[in-house]
Design a protein around this ligand. Sequence first.
Ligand SMILES: [Zn+2]
Length: 332
Amino acid sequence: MASNDLNGRELRGGIDLGGTKIQAIVIDQEHRVVASARRPTPTRGDARDVLNALGATLDDATREAGIATRSLAGVGLGTPGAVDARRGTVVNAGNLPGFGEVVPLAAMLESATGVNVQLGNDVGVALDAEARLGIGREFPSFVGVWWGTGVGGGVVLDGQRWLGRGAAGEIGHTVVVRDGAICPCGRRGCLEAYAGRRAMELRVRKLAERGVSTILFEVMEKRQRDRLTSGVWARALEKRDRLALRTIERAIAALGAACASSVNLLDVGAIVIGGGLGTRLGAPYAQLIAEAMQPHLFRPQSPPAVRVAELGDLAGAIGASLLAFDVARAAR
Ligand SMILES: [Zn+2]
């Protein structure tokens, strides 16, 4: 067996490239996280700036693990957007600077680190991690709802992610209100238009400009952020800010309708709530989503379990590391 540190462990890297933050981990062959690091995702510049931030975050993690980045057995990278895993490219990751066009991200990171890089979709790899190492051990079939900047998702049936023709699982764009609010995707009434952090921020900014009082933007400035991060929302909710409470209630009502509809269609055993906001707000909010689902369930007497992702906000990075793990196994 290949070994790459003095204790004989085979260490891999996993990186979750999010719209707000980059999370990198070093992980061993038993999928135990050895070290982790986090940096903000660049909001300006181009793909090269994002690449530099990816490399720096990975270096932070390997330094903490006490090894050189180039000695990793492989790196997996989860990114938003449409990924071509075979070519190692991504396109349409619209939130990231310079990612509107095709970016050969795997090759770029490989030449920066000297390590083989495998690319996957961020939500897809997180769901694979939950299916293999998290909630999937208890529930072989579940729907994942990744509640963050947008609302991503996925369907796992009998342990396998259902891909449809390649694009299955977009629960964020199921319609919860016909002709409803404008979604970042350009259509109307999608779940994401009500629950996505980007859409919620647009709405509260507009309301604040019209004079609705809120502490959301004070908290944001105090934390030296330029947008309403999950931490900012969580703090404003703790402080019982009325606008924050109202906006999250609206989001939860929409999540309840969409999640219940997916259960009516698929009858899965569990809904798994992940993503930046989902994991940050945690179990009490998963419970609120469960309650919001209840009136929409066709069989309300047997509701599914509603759980926060077991791997928490590391699900994406752990899932990414599985890409490198599987490639290493296949090569043997
Ligand atoms: Zn949409």
